[in-house]
Design a protein. Structure first.
Length: 369
């Protein structure tokens, strides 16, 4: 994802796809024009990349020139009357191919037709790399189309957002949802995930989702999900992936306007991590960091046995079950450290000390994101 001025953009069309489309356009035009030497006319500023790449792919002799449309200043008329800059050459009797980066409403195209009306060209052909059929409001024929795209705002490859983005070699699409901060709070059972999430959610105005808490809520209310989950949780085993993933998706959807999430106890397997990535990218977002609370096993057992005296959690009540939860963590969950390290998103934090000190350590990491 990239940021231009105040807006975020996500990757949309790769440089390879653009190259393919341009190669195809050049071949189509060349095969239609046979031995005629065309004049390719780029419309600045957006088309400079398309024209440059197009003519390099054009297999026969051709001429290249550029025009620019500029609005008259100080004109009273509400119509946006434009004037042409740069066309100095006599094009009468020539085949002119307009090369556009993008055609959306067709407003520029209308001006081009108006301007070329009296130029006595042999024929005026229109080629465009991108075309937005949903936005196109005119009847002018488009002779060559590279890639049809939905009516979304794009930047890159010559196209800009308020001056920026033209230099990008690929196309990005405007993210329509607001930017979120999403954190996975990680660590073995008893590491302090729930305790710390409680402070961080207020400090950073994030929604805290603990899959363990959601399961316990369902168990308490004897829902079908609760009954199913209980049979695993009470033994200290993980609830099956698909059940957990579906539940997590529902919880995220319930908080559609969130500024971001703290995920506590999710993901716990590689399948869950992949599902979370997918969910975030569906929301035009991503996981920014996995922050892991590091605590030795014996301290975990001590903490959970202590809590078991009052928590009423069956999985805290028995040392054997507690140790099984820790075993499950090493067997199935600990590998996620690699998953996030590979994406440069893993941050380990010492989870031993006072609760306030640990909150401070976590905040230091979050503030750098
Ligand atoms: P879950 O509820 O997530 O339990 P857990 O991961 O085993 O961890 P805890 O909630 O017990 O520990 P915590 O790290 O939140 O620490 P806490 O702040 O409470 O999951 C329960 C079960 O649900 C799982 O076993 C599984 O079956 C199922 N499940 C959940 N998510 C799943 C998923 N994604 N996939 C499949 N199954 C899933 O602190 C612990 C104790 O330590 C507290 O008493 C606290 O007061 C104390 N403490 C905290 N910080 C400190 C400190 N700095 N110093 C001293 N004591 C501290
Ligand atoms: Mg917890």
């Amino acid at each position: 994802m990239i940021k231009l001025h105040d807006k975020y953009f996500k990757p949309f069309i790769s440089a390879e796809e653009i190259e393919e489309a341009i190669t195809r356009l050049a071949q189509e035009v060349a095969s239609d024009l046979k031995d005629e030497v065309p004049v390719f006319v780029g419309v600045l500023n957006g088309s400079f990349m398309v024209v440059s790449d197009f003519v390099k792919k054009y297999p026969k002799p051709c001429e290249v020139t550029f025009i620019k449309l500029a609005s008259y200043e100080g004109v009273k008329s509400t119509d946006d009357i434009q004037r042409l800059i740069g066309l100095t050459q006599d094009l009468s009797g020539r085949t002119v191919v307009i090369l556009e980066d993008i055609i959306d409403s067709g407003k520029t195209l209308k001006e081009i037709h108006r301007i070329f009306e009296n130029a006595n060209v042999k024929q005026l052909l229109i080629a465009t790399l991108f075309y937005k059929p949903e936005a196109y409001k005119k009847d002018f024929k488009l002779h060559y189309i590279g890639i049809k795209i939905p009516n979304k705002f794009i930047v890159g490859y010559g196209l800009d957002y308020d001056g920026l983005g033209r230099n990008l070699p690929e196309i990005y699409q405007l993210k329509t949802t607001q930017h979120m901060t999403n954190i996975v709070l990680f660590g073995p059972p008893g590491a302090g995930k729930g305790t710390q999430a409680n402070y961080l959610k207020d400090q950073y105005n994030l929604v805290h989702i603990s899959t363990g808490d959601v399961f316990r809520f369902n168990i308490k209310n004897k829902t079908a999900l609760g009954v199913l989950a209980k049979s695993f949780i009470d033994k200290g085993e993980l609830v099956p992936d698909q059940v957990t993933i579906d539940m997590l998706n529902t919880e995220v959807e319930k908080n559609a306007g969130a500024k971001g999430f703290i995920f506590d106890g999710f993901p716990r397997t590689p399948a869950q991590a992949k599902a979370l990535d997918q969910l975030m990218s569906d929301k035009d977002s991503q996981i920014d960091a996995m922050i892991a609370l590091e605590v030795e096993d014996e301290i975990l057992v001590e903490r959970l046995l202590e809590r078991g005296k009052t928590s009423g959690r069956p999985d805290d009540a028995d040392e054997g079950i507690i140790r099984n939860r820790i075993k499950e963590y090493y067997k199935k969950t600990a590998v996620l450290k690699e998953f996030y390290t590979d994406q440069n998103k893993y941050f380990g934090v010492d989870g031993i000390g006072s609760i306030e000190d640990i909150t401070e350590r976590l905040s230091t990491v979050i503030d750098t994101l």
